[in-house]
Design a protein around this ligand. Structure first.
Ligand SMILES: Nc1ncnc2c1ncn2[C@@H]1O[C@H](COP(=O)(O)OP(=O)(O)OP(=O)(O)O)[C@@H](O)[C@H]1O
Length: 349
């Protein structure tokens, strides 16, 4: 497949606030038409990175390049309004005293009046909110306000759309629908977008590429499928999924654990061994474990199990129902190829 032309290149982007390294040597690249999701715990630097791309924040070192032109680099700073970047804020930041139509047209001041009107009509129609054109923000539901904020960010026809937690103000049921619709619009327009979220599932669901950040650094970037199924770091593995931490000892290229022995050629030191709850099954041929608790989480059943040699209960999850209760003894097995093993030196702090 032909590689898409680079829309955005970040190289060694660094930004300190006093002693805090909000961004520490972040480098990444996204192609035209791709959606990148920046994800990580609160305070890891996601918003600062987005603001740096927009030019609302300056850099201490590194560079931001859009479509091959440096925007922020040593001796270069292109003002935000000249970057052709659309920004959608978490709280939407709509102007309360302006109608929907005027909110959307706000950034189009330089266009002749008739052209501005036509542009606003066209975006109202493509986002499906023509009926709301003459209302004011206080007359709109949360989902409608989100739509207007999206329309306002898209109206100046940016080459890059930046969205900071665009769905976090919506409640659960509405969020999934609005998220789906928003992404459909972004994809139909062929927009390149960078979306910030703290929600691992949301990142996997919407990003062509997912970039996981921790303490100002980029930990891993990849497709959602790769970063979930085959994480390079224990940090990423545990960020996107609940994990059981399995105590292990390395002996002659074999890991000895309370759940069995697993081949680990070439490993040294004290590796970290992780296992997803769904990688454990009940099997007559398996090891004994005692049921501590059983919880039905809707579609999923969760068993907490005590296993000899493990200090922490083992969490097992699956869609099958098991007729067991606390105190019962069961036999468990693990899918050996689903055991995640990380060399100790591979870990960010
Ligand atoms: N203007 C500022 N002055 C001082 N410190 C700041 C400023 N902006 C951000 N920081 C600090 O930089 C770090 C990164 O902040 P940032 O807002 O980018 O994180 P985030 O990942 O977006 O967090 P959240 O998900 O909570 O919004 C934090 O430690 C924050 O306190």
């Amino acid at each position: 497949m032909k590689k898409a032309k680079s829309m955005l290149v970040l190289s060694g982007v660094t930004r300190h606030f006093g002693r805090v390294a909000a961004l520490d040597d972040v480098s990444l690249e996204i192609g035209a038409g791709q959606v990148l999701c920046l994800v990580g715990h609160s305070g890891c630097g996601k918003s600062t990175l987005l603001r740096t791309i927009a030019g609302i924040e300056t850099l201490d070192a590194g560079s931001v390049t859009i479509e091959g032109t440096p925007m922020s680099a040593p001796g270069v700073f292109v003002e935000p309004e000249h970057r052709r970047v659309g920004f959608m804020f978490q709280d939407y930041a709509l102007f309360p005293h302006l109608s929907v139509r005027d909110n959307i047209g706000f950034g189009l001041g330089r266009l002749p009046r008739a052209e501005r009107g036509a542009r606003v009509d066209s975006i109202l129609s493509s986002i499906g909110i023509t009926a709301l054109a003459d209302r004011y923000p206080h007359m709109l539901s949360g989902g409608e306000q989100q739509r207007v904020a999206l329309a306002r960010a898209l109206a100046p026809q940016p080459r890059l759309l930046l969205m900071d937690e665009p769905f976090s103000n919506l409640d659960r049921g509405l969020r999934d629908r609005v998220r789906h619709e928003t992404l459909s619009i972004v994809r139909e327009l062929g927009m390149t977008a960078v979306v910030v979220t703290h929600d691992p599932e949301e990142a996997l669901a919407i990003g062509d590429m997912v970039a996981l950040m921790q303490k100002g650094r980029l930990v891993e970037m990849g497709t959602g499928e790769r970063i979930y199924d085959a994480p390079w770091t224990a940090y990423a593995a545990s960020f996107f999924s609940i994990m059981n931490v399995i105590p292990a000892r390395l002996k002659a290229n074999v890991l000895e654990t309370p759940l069995g022995r697993f081949p680990a050629p070439g490993l040294e030191g004290v590796p970290k061994v992780l296992l997803r709850p769904q990688s454990i099954i009940l099997s007559e041929a398996g090891l004994p474990a005692q049921v501590l608790d059983r919880t039905i989480l809707g579609e999923i059943e969760e068993l907490l199990l005590a296993v000899e040699g493990m200090d922490e209960p083992l969490v097992m999850r699956g869609t099958s129902r098991h007729d067991v209760r606390p105190g019962d003894t069961v036999k468990i097995a693990v899918n050996a190829h689903e055991v995640l093993i990380f060399p100790s030196e591979n870990e960010p702090v």
